[in-house]
Design a binder for this molecule. Structure first.
Ligand SMILES: [Zn+2]
Length: 592
């Protein structure tokens, strides 16, 4: 991110001239009870200012006390000029509301960035690894410098990258590292790939039963073949080394800075995944939470963070017993949701389908939680004043989650439906698109998942079958039904260089590589303005109408300076748009 600020504006709200009365920043706009400043700290002008409301553009915007004081023509804004007001010349660039991301994994994003900046001898980044041989060689290279018995960890493999649909087996890793336990997590965070030494260390053998909510992939004689799915990973994960508090804190800061550099000022963290990036509810999640809070208290992170804590877990139990203690952990961080997992992911065939997988008829996926479990956890959360977000990818998982939400809304007529969310909603039965809309729950989709390239056949098509393909990532169908849509990137490895990838994918149904040329199921495209509104608005904890997204007097000054206009550039130029500056609560984030 390049800064072109006239002079540095500190993070402290107190530096902005005028009356500053700001509520607890982690609270939503409607709770804040703020008074507006009377003098502008900053006036933006000289470019295209998108309000995403009416009128569509304005000439200038005045910011003070963390809020938008005035917007309109120059005269309307000049009234708020004071002796210390700074002019920000957009120089032909574009000012727009900053972005919100409803689904990221900060810890894992940050650790990936940390290990990329400072490679660890025990960690292998497998992003893009396109052959089993290359992975074997990378692992073997690590063994040379490490004492036997030392764990080698890695993340971000995908069998599609080396042209396979079947999951890998332990042999390549066992041959590369006979004396070192190896554990590598899949790009979806729902499958772990272990070598013999690791499986033996965890006591996993032919006699080990599959745990509830998990599957040990096996050979014909029942011995483990190397991949652990869903909760089977919890058999092995407790043996893994844990990052130090210093690493964890640096990781959180790197993650927040990376998102801020992409124009994001507010996120929902969809749960800390056990390093190296696996959904694991047996972890001591409080340890990570404590480090996140300390990082922010040390020096405020340039991000508001609403935490969704995985349940059932020991931390979720403590939060439900004492929600007030966790609601506002720092001015910008608080626990808002319990995160439940109905199923797994399509890539590793853990998503729960109503039919056998097209490319493995022996399985319909994995039920991580029953309807009864989802309902019990959801009610506990709601009773404690927390909202609920349930991961549901397969059509049966989506159906069951909707069943539970429908029951709860029927039993509690006063409950705001926006307090219930479905994460991903990747594949659904025809009737469930309309049902989600009718219930009024929030559907947090991932437009950037539309990046299918599996040697000509989309991974998703291979899994569900081409005849069902039109029900995968059917975002346009959800929008047409009137669903309350939110966008999430699901970043848990380094974010891509393109800040507007999700917007690009939602509006073109293409991926960063431009495949396929006409977009994947182009009928599901959303309009530019609709996509940008979704990308910038936030469904607030506690329910109610969306906040942010439209520039308005009195609204938070969360803004982004873009090098071009995402509403009007050629589609092919969207990914080339850069974020030149990000402002949160009226303060420009310093790129240093
Ligand atoms: Zn996720």
């Amino acid at each position: 991110m390049q800064l072109r600020l006239v002079r540095r504006i500190g993070m402290s709200l107190g530096l902005v001239a005028g009356l500053v009365v700001v509520g607890n920043c982690a609270r939503s706009d409607k709770e804040a009870g703020h008074l507006l400043a009377t003098t502008a700290g900053l006036i933006f002008s000289g470019g295209r200012i998108l309000t995403l409301g009416e009128p569509a553009t304005v000439e200038a915007v005045a910011v003070g006390g963390g809020r938008i004081l005035a917007m309109g023509d120059r005269a309307a804004v000049e009234k708020f000029r004071g002796p210390d007001t700074v002019d920000y010349d957009l120089a032909g660039r574009v000012l727009a509301p900053a972005f919100a991301d409803h689904h990221v994994h900060l810890l894992n994003l940050g650790l990936a960035l940390l290990y990329r900046a400072e490679p660890l001898p025990t960690f292998v980044d497998l992003t893009g690894s396109s052959s089993l041989e290359a992975i074997g060689e990378a692992v073997q290279a690590r063994t040379r410098a490490l004492a036997p018995g030392t764990w080698i960890l890695g993340q971000n493999w995908s069998q599609g990258a080396w042209g396979a649909t079947e999951l890998p087996t332990h042999e390549v890793l066992s041959a590369a590292a006979p004396d070192h336990p190896v554990y590598l997590t899949r790009v979806d965070g729902h499958a772990g790939w272990a070598n013999n030494k690791a499986l033996r260390s965890a006591g996993i053998d032919a006699a080990t039963p599959d745990p509830p909510g998990g599957v040990i992939a096996r050979t014909s004689d029942r011995s483990p073949s190397g991949v652990l799915l869903e909760r089977a990973n919890e058999l092995l994960r407790p043996l893994l080394p844990v990052p130090s508090p210093a690493e964890i804190r640096r990781a959180f800061r790197l993650a927040a800075e990376a998102l801020s550099a992409q124009g994001v000022t507010e996120v929902f963290d969809a749960g800390f995944l056990g390093p190296p990036g696996i959904v694991d509810l047996s972890l001591d999640l409080e340890h990570y939470l404590t480090n996140l809070v300390e990082t922010d208290l040390e020096s405020p992170l340039p991000l508001r963070v609403h935490l969704m804590v995985p349940a059932p877990s020991p931390l979720a139990e403590r939060i439900v017993a004492d929600p007030v203690r966790y609601r506002h952990l720092t001015p910008r961080i608080g626990v808002t949701h319990l995160k439940l997992y109905a199923d797994g992911a399509l890539g590793s065939r853990g998503a729960l389908l109503s039919h056998p997988y097209a490319d493995d008829p022996a399985t319909k996926g994995i039920e991580r939680m029953s309807r009864q479990d989802i309902k019990r956890e959801a009610l506990a959360a709601l009773d404690a004043g927390l909202d609920v977000a349930t991961h549901a990818i397969g059509d049966t998982a989506v159906e069951w989650t909707l069943d539970v939400y429908e029951e709860i809304l029927g039993e509690q007529p006063g409950l705001r439906p926006e307090r219930l969310r479905i994460e991903h909603f990747s594949y659904a039965k025809p009737e469930d698109f309309g049902r989600a809309a009718k219930l009024g729950i929030v559907v947090a989709v991932n437009p950037d998942f539309v990046a299918p390239d599996d040697q000509g056949l989309a991974m998703e098509d291979a899994r569900v079958g081409l005849g069902n393909s039109e029900r995968v990532y059917a975002i346009g169908r959800l929008a047409a039904a009137g669903a309350r849509l939110a966008f999430g990137s699901d970043y848990f490895a380094a974010p891509p260089a393109e800040p507007l990838l999700g917007f690009y994918a939602a509006t073109t149904r293409q991926n960063a590589n431009g495949l396929p040329v006409d977009g994947w199921h182009p009928d599901e495209r959303l309009s530019r303005i609709e996509s940008l509104r979704i990308q910038t608005r936030l469904w607030p904890p506690g329910g109610g109408e969306p906040e942010r997204g439209v520039l308005a007097v009195g609204g938070r000054a969360d803004l982004v300076v873009l090098t071009d206009d995402p509403l009007s550039v050629e589609a092919s130029a969207i990914l080339g748009i850069e974020v030149d500056a990000t402002m949160i609560d009226g303060a420009i984030v310093d790129a240093d």
